[in-house]
Write a protein that binds this ligand. Structure first.
Ligand code: ADE
Length: 226
């Protein structure tokens, strides 16, 4: 899989892909993440990518031309399954959307900034808009990193059996059960006996019951929503 991220603040995206699982996924050749600095696609000598809004109003608007130049260049190199604009008024990211996107070959994530992008970008250049939650971030970079992380960790070979994405919260419509590690007792606080029993069937039953109980208590909206 390949994920191209278009941003006017490329440094914001350096660290999320330079550590741990996302770094290893790239080293193993399971995903290519390419960050593109929008300023490289600007056409004026100051390399500006934003301008005042027609009709007035506070805040600068990202111009269509650098975005179009960048997307056109990428599309000349390969086909894209989705060109996604990160936006607080987009479709809310869910595990199911992450699952869908993980089956795609090539994705573009476009990060917005300031007061947003020229509306013609949304009308003509992108295929989808995704939000990571009902709050406004300073830009789409952190949101793009969240989407990329949620997708990359699902690619076959990225996680090993022990960290398998299949046992994640939400993957089966339930939140994850509690987990414990050594010591088995700390300040008198004990790990549930069943987890120390070595009885796999009983342990799995306990985990399922805890998942169900947690989902009912914390996220009842998930039950029956899949
Ligand atoms: N850009 C700014 N806020 C955002 C959000 N909540 N989700 C996605 N992109 C954004």
């Amino acid at each position: 899989m390949r994920i191209d991220i278009i941003t006017c603040l490329p440094r914001l995206l350096e660290s999320p892909f330079s550590d741990s699982i996302l770094k290893r996924a790239q080293q193993k050749g399971l995903v290519t993440v390419a960050i593109h600095d929008l300023r490289d696609y600007a056409t004026n000598k100051h390399r500006t990518t934003d301008d005042y809004a027609f009709g007035g109003g506070a805040g600068m608007v990202m111009m269509i031309e650098p975005i179009d130049n960048c997307i056109t260049k990428l599309k000349s190199e390969r086909g894209y399954d989705e060109i996604i604009y990160m936006s607080p008024d987009g479709e809310m990211l869910t595990q199911s959307i992450a699952n869908q996107l993980s089956l795609k070959k090539n994705l573009i994530l476009l990060c917005g900034h300031y007061k947003g992008v020229d509306e013609r970008v949304r009308e003509h250049l992108i295929t989808r808009e995704i939000s990571i939650g009902n709050y406004v971030l300073s830009g789409g970079e952190l949101a793009a990193a969240v989407v990329a992380d949620s997708v990359i960790r699902l690619l076959p070979g990225v996680l090993n059996d022990e960290t398998s994405a299949l046992s994640d919260s939400f993957q089966d419509g339930l939140v994850a059960p509690p987990v414990y590690t050594r010591p088995a007792e700390y300040k008198g606080w004990k790990v549930p006996e069943v987890l120390l029993s070595g009885h796999e069937a009983k342990i799995n039953q306990w985990k399922y019951e805890k998942s169900l109980e947690r989902t009912k208590n914390r996220r009842p909206g998930l039950l029956g929503s899949n």
